[in-house]
Ligand binder design. Sequence first.
Ligand SMILES: [Zn+2]
Length: 300
Amino acid sequence: MANGQNNQRIGHNAYYPLIDTHTHFDDFVFDNDRIDLATCAYDLGLRHLLLIGYLAKYFDRMRLTKQQLAEQSKNGLSVPKAHLASGLHPAYIAQHTEADLEQLQQFLQRHPHLAIGEIGLDTFTADLKTKESLAKQTQFFQAQLDMAVEHQLPVLLHIRKAHAESLAILKQHKYDAHQLGGIAHSFSGGEQEAKAFVKLGFKLGVTGQVTNPNAKKLRRAICTAVDAYGLECLVLETDCPDMTPVCYQQGQTPTRNVPANLPAVLDSLSELLEVETSKLAKQVWQNSCEALKVDWAYPV
Ligand SMILES: [Zn+2]
């Protein structure tokens, strides 16, 4: 069980209080062992996690997962607190309808939310790159930015191979990340894009990709952003069940990522930036609170 002692040191690794700013912990791949995984993550320092939306049909699954963890906590089990961040993901644009936007609006009104996400633009595949797809993605992106302003919530951005287009939309929109917060999730752009998002007020979400020594472009972009804006521009995320850190990957088959892998992202980032892990952990906790506009005290 988690206690002060366990949180400090297990084996040769120290564990620190952490916030996982991006998970899909409601995914069915966690249905059989979600509570075990949650207690394990808590024992390794995880105190809060965000459940991120992508398709309207799963919004209720997110709500039930949040409830499931809250009930365990009420029963005395130490598990991270889950929070909702619903939204319509750009890569699933072909499936979204106007009714989904309406469902999102109602869901935001009925249930407490910490953010709207994940939203943005994605032109990674040929299907997503078409003029029609991009037009619809832009429409849904703007509609959800409108909702963020209406509900005064931060947005969690999913931007893939569409950084310039996304920055143009954000600059024109009255959504102000300096005021409302926000995160460029699983940041994948170059040095210039990193600086551009931070300048607009977004934090950069760092995933297990940073643990890959071959992810040179990403690692350079993170270093450049930190050189320009300090450690204040970064937050951590697992994006589980995706983005498994290299040290937990098994062979060629994709390995399920879990919230308990977040300390590996912290360790790798601490090595890359040559910043003491304890200092970085505290800083990214504060950064997450700033990005999400919450005032969670750093657990001691
Ligand atoms: Zn995601």
